[in-house]
Design a protein around this ligand. Structure first.
Ligand SMILES: [Cu+2]
Length: 173
């Protein structure tokens, strides 16, 4: 493969960024977030709920819950007119309903904090947060301010950005 100068520079930057990220973020293939549910249906969640990755990482959402359909949906005015909780320059995504065993992939390139939710289970606190890059990256968009737009259970479900950056991967409460 022949790289253009720009591609070579971008690649070099990504390698430099990887050197500072926790081990969990240094995957060659997609990084997986699993949708889970308790056997009795009393609880549903994303695992992990918080994840740190380098810019350009592909995230694969997998529905590992035999008892429910789930979505992974970015908070954005572009989808159901929700508050923007992803970087302003990023593209919003919606997996639509994933049946048990289904997967959906999205590649995140813009540095910053991305909050997402499961449409049928947001009220139950099924939300997650991905931190792409670090606050040292140019244009890094920090976490959105809290908002009345979200149910309390959702607001309580986002791991702190500092914890995600320190640990690489954070399970929900
Ligand atoms: Cu769900």
């Amino acid at each position: 493969m022949i790289l253009t100068r720009r591609e070579a520079l971008v690649t070099g930057g990504a390698i430099a960024a990887l050197a500072t990220l926790p081990l969990a973020a240094r995957a060659d293939g997609p990084v997986i977030i699993t949708m889970k549910g308790a056997d009795n249906g009393a609880r549903v969640w994303f695992s992990p709920a918080g994840l740190a990755v380098a810019p350009g990482t592909t995230i694969r959402f997998e529905n590992g819950d035999a008892g429910n359909s789930h979505t992974a949906t970015a908070y954005s005015p572009d989808i159901d007119d929700r508050q923007l909780r992803i970087p302003p320059d990023a593209t919003a995504w919606d997996s639509d309903y994933l049946l048990p065993g289904d997967t959906f992939e999205v590649t995140l390139t813009v540095p910053g904090v991305y909050d997402f939710y499961c449409r049928p289970h947001e009220m139950a606190g099924m939300v997650g947060r991905i931190v792409v890059g670090t606050p040292d990256d140019a244009g890094f968009a920090g976490a959105a301010a809290d908002s009345d737009d979200l149910p309390d259970a959702a607001l309580a479900g986002f791991p702190a950005v500092a914890d995600i950056l320190a640990q690489g991967s954070v399970e929900g409460g």
